[in-house]
Design a protein around this ligand. Structure first.
Ligand code: ADP
Length: 494
């Protein structure tokens, strides 16, 4: 049954984005980049957008938060202070300033040892609860018509909206279905939801609680970050046990491709590069970056050696085990490899061993290093993204912009954004990279072999770089699609 929307939905449309990450202050992966770009792009299209973010120290340090309200919540003894901050270049942000939950070392989800915080359910339930409170008028001067949550951290927002009978509509975006915010059933009592919400048709998931499932079940619209992934997650192979629910809700599920923020990812203005470059002087700019990269990483100073790069979280998703197995074959064919990654200890050890086995040919840097990632995008000839699944993938989009041709597994957003260098695509000038299907080192090496043959034909290679760098993945197109979606929920008044 359609629920009444409150009358403030006249233009401009008020939209609250709820998320755990925002670049450059808090980022563990692509989510942070999207949250930094999409709300601002929507605001540029005339929406009245605000953010709702946890009070992580990096955010509190970035801008003063003026107190808007203090709220009694189910998650802390003391009232929780909600501040409004103006992060540079961003729409206004409500900051949930609760130091006992957010003022901690480590990344947003884990402590310094890499283990999840045991109270993550409460930390992120609070974030969603505050979003619902704002929809209920906690800030009388600004009340959203739409609450748009990102990933499991904001998955409970649609549930709290439903529980409170809110007039606000909800949109929930899945950036990665593999992260489900799963907790034992015993935490349910701490979430402040009506008891009947602990059900198969609710937040219950295989005997526990999934915050991701809450979002998938209660939101009015679902989106994910590429059309191919939107189709894939409705199948058992990619659905992470949620494919049944996603099939049932497919009428409200859309795939909207992420964009690239040209202010942040642009080789012609990137201070991390030794020499700025654009499409017309890519050759010189990339040669300078390659020389600098080889020097910094101890790779042989050889301009002609094809340099493969990888910038990645080291998790099974990213298929870096395939790349590791392919290292001897790549080196044999004359390639160099620069890998920047962090995560799985076994993979780090594996790439460290490969670097020792092939000095001057293979370099492994373990950790998170934004500037080095940019130098790799610029200095590499090929950037390898052999993911087992990939909701959208930003890495290959950044590689395209920096003229490093992506070598990808044909899945999810990788399939949607990289045009494989088939003879036809080469003939018509549409090729931008290399794609393979088989989930194996042999599959990767076969595509790498095709890349290396083309690398030997410099005129063809340069044409591909030009095509790659001029592909348009602007946020503009995505913003228009999200706005159209919002308007399904809150139509323009007649
Ligand atoms: P995911 O969000 O699954 O990690 P994406 O490709 O969507 O994958 O986004 C990854 C983002 O994180 C890119 O901006 C990539 O450059 C960056 N990144 C990943 N690992 C590292 C690292 N070790 N150092 C610097 N940047 C990294």
């Amino acid at each position: 049954m359609p629920r009444a929307r409150h009358s403030r939905c006249n233009t401009p449309l008020r939209v609250l984005h709820v998320a755990a990450e925002i670049y450059p202050w808090v980022k563990t992966g692509g989510l942070g980049d999207v949250v930094a770009a999409l709300p601002a792009a929507l605001a540029a299209h005339g929406a009245d957008v605000r953010l709702c973010l946890p009070g992580f120290p990096a955010l509190l340090d970035a801008a003063p938060a003026r107190e808007v309200v203090r709220l009694a919540t189910p998650f802390a003894i003391e009232r929780v202070r909600i501040g409004l901050a103006q992060l540079p270049g961003q729409p206004p942000a409500y900051i949930v300033d609760q130091p006992s939950l957010y003022d901690r070392p480590g990344n947003p989800y884990t402590g310094p040892t890499g283990a999840d915080w045991p109270d993550n359910h409460r930390r992120f339930a609070l974030l969603s609860w505050v979003a619902a409170a704002l929809a209920a008028g906690a800030d009388p001067s600004w009340r959203p018509a739409i609450v748009h949550g990102h990933d499991w951290h904001a998955g409970l927002a649609p549930a709290y909206l439903r529980a409170s009978g809110s007039a606000a509509a909800s949109v929930f975006t899945v950036h990665n279905l593999a992260y489900q915010g799963f907790f034992p059933a015993s935490v349910f009592g701490e979430l402040g939801l009506p008891p009947e919400f602990f059900a198969m048709h609710g937040v219950e998931y295989f005997g526990g609680v999934s915050l991701l499932k809450a979002g998938l079940f209660y939101a009015d619209r679902l989106t994910t970050v590429s059309p191919t992934y939107a189709a894939e997650i409705q199948t058992p192979a990619f659905g992470a046990n949620l494919d049944g629910l996603l099939r049932a809700r497919r009428a409200i599920l859309r795939g909207i491709l992420n964009g690239v923020d040209p202010k942040v990812w642009n080789p012609s203005s990137d201070p991390a590069l030794p020499l700025a470059y654009g499409v017309d002087d890519a050759e010189t700019g990339k040669a300078a970056a390659k020389a600098e990269l080889q020097r910094r990483l101890g790779l042989a100073r050889n301009e002609a050696a094809p340099l493969f790069g990888a910038i990645t979280r080291l998790t099974p998703q990213k298929g870096m085990d395939l790349l590791l197995s392919a290292v001897p074959g790549l080196v044999e064919r004359g390639a160099q490899l620069a890998l920047l990654g962090s995560g799985d200890g076994g993979l780090e050890a594996g790439f460290a061993a490969a670097a020792s086995a092939y000095p001057g040919r293979v370099a492994g840097i373990f950790g998170y290093d934004e500037n080095l990632s940019r130098l790799i995008f610029a200095g590499a000839d090929v950037v390898v993204v052999p993911s087992r699944f990939e909701p959208c993938g930003l890495t290959q989009l950044y590689a395209l912009r920096y003229g490093a041709l992506p070598l990808v597994r044909r899945t999810g957003g990788l399939a949607d954004t990289v045009a494989d260098a088939t003879p036809d695509a080469l003939g018509e000038g549409s090729a931008t990279g290399f794609a393979f299907d088989e989930e194996s080192a042999a599959g990767l090496l076969a595509a790498a072999g095709r890349a290396l043959v083309l690398y030997g034909k410099q005129a063809d290679w340069r044409r591909m770089i030009r095509r790659a760098m001029t592909r348009d993945f602007s946020w503009d197109a995505a913003a228009r699609q999200y706005l159209a979606l919002y308007r399904e929920l809150v139509p323009v008044p007649a």
